[in-house]
Design a protein around this ligand. Structure first.
Ligand code: ZN
Ligand code: ZN
Length: 371
């Protein structure tokens, strides 16, 4: 049984707060950060994190739920309920006013909320960025197990649905089949709206939304699918050919696969996100298709489907043990379609562990269609 460590998380954030923001308390307003700190899964709350405890403030829908979920997570703290929005702000102010300097999450507070805080809170409000996120990035064993489970569900659903791709289905039907199977296999739902993108126009869009377009012979089909398990996401992409691939489809598949494999092989603590992006990008550029690789190589995954660290040309974040990231190079061109291959990997002390198990060599493609 994997140890649940939610209660330890506040202490990690306190240490980082003391080291970086020079504040006595932190007002947390991002709901994902609040879930990670307390186990609370509702949609509306604030947390004030003190040197020796925390208070969660929420509205009338969630008081009991918050107390129960915090207790279940082993998190000690008070829950205050404000029946109206001004009463919620009053509670936040009372909690903050015991401290001279209170940090707030600058990237999660609107201009209007900030004005409200300034009016209600007597403490000096100090903007801070990424304090909880920097700790949330590092996944513990339980979080990794939830994501591994989400990967297994998506792998299984894809293994069942892929052989039907040449059966005359639409993009939307394939999406529906995948999402139904993932739920049946134990997922809360899909991690995001499953991408099924087929043919020379739709597959050229990296984030195409499934339509009534029929999957036909000659198409590449990009399927980007993930499952949600206890709040944690998985993220995988595979590309299929319908019928015998053309020389260009085969060539580009091999280029993307080589780039993706090189990227996975390079994932390790200590590499910068920029360097990792370069490992994949160089292979596609050297093959002459650099302009067709129009997005970054990957991103962190956890309670959010896209979170730190982002792996792209601009990123100078250093990967560390416990990061869970995607490696997903792709090529896209209108008239050709697209190819993307994506795995979810966790950075370990000796490199990385690949959580995605779906086959990705091009011998694992559906047989030619009968349509
Ligand atoms: Zn994806
Ligand atoms: Zn992704």
């Amino acid at each position: 049984m994997v140890q649940v460590t939610i209660a330890d998380r506040s202490q990690r954030v306190r240490s980082r707060l003391a080291a970086t923001a020079k504040a006595d308390a932190l007002l947390v307003s991002d709901i994902t950060n609040i879930r990670w700190l307390t186990g609370f899964t509702g949609s509306n709350a604030w947390v004030v994190l003190y040197p020796d405890g925390l208070t969660l403030i929420t509205d009338g829908r969630y008081g009991q739920q918050a107390a129960q979920q915090m207790a279940a997570a082993g998190v000690e703290g008070e829950v205050l309920v404000g029946a109206t929005s001004p009463l919620v702000v009053d509670h936040i102010a009372q909690c903050c006013d015991q401290f001279a300097r209170v940090a707030f999450e600058a990237t999660h507070v609107t201009y209007a909320q900030h004005a409200q805080y300034v009016q209600a809170i007597k403490s000096e409000l100090v903007p801070a960025t990424g304090i909880v996120e920097a700790e949330r990035r590092v996944k513990d064993a339980r979080e990794i197990e939830m994501m591994a489970q989400a990967c297994r569900i998506a792998d299984q659903a894809l293994a069942e649905v892929a052989p039907t791709l040449a059966d005359g289905l639409t993009e939307a039907q394939v999406r529906n089949h995948l999402e139904t199977r993932m739920r049946e296999l134990g997922a809360i739902g899909p991690s995001y709206e499953t991408i099924v993108a087929t043919g020379p126009i739709n597959a050229a869009l990296p984030h195409h939304r499934p339509t009534s377009t029929l999957i036909e012979s000659g198409h590449t089909v990009i399927i980007d699918v993930g499952a949600l398990v206890d709040g944690y996401h998985s993220d995988m992409t595979r590309t299929f050919f319908i019928g015998e691939p053309t020389a260009l489809q085969r060539e580009l598949y091999d280029v993307v696969l080589a780039a993706q494999r090189a990227g996975v092989a390079a994932v390790a603590a200590g590499i910068s996100t920029k360097e990792l992006d370069g490992v994949c990008r160089r292979i596609i550029e050297e093959a002459g298709y650099g302009e067709w690789f129009t997005h970054g190589t990957g991103h962190g995954v956890g309670l959010l489907i896209h979170e730190d660290p982002f792996i792209n040309r601009a990123g100078d974040t250093i990967l560390q043990v416990g990061d869970v990231v995607t490696v997903e190079p792709g090529v896209y061109h209108e008239g050709f379609g697209g190819i993307r291959i994506e795995d979810l990997v966790v950075v370990t002390s000796d490199g990385c562990r690949v959580l995605t198990a779906s086959p990705k060599d091009s011998s694992c493609l559906p047989s030619p269609p009968t349509i």
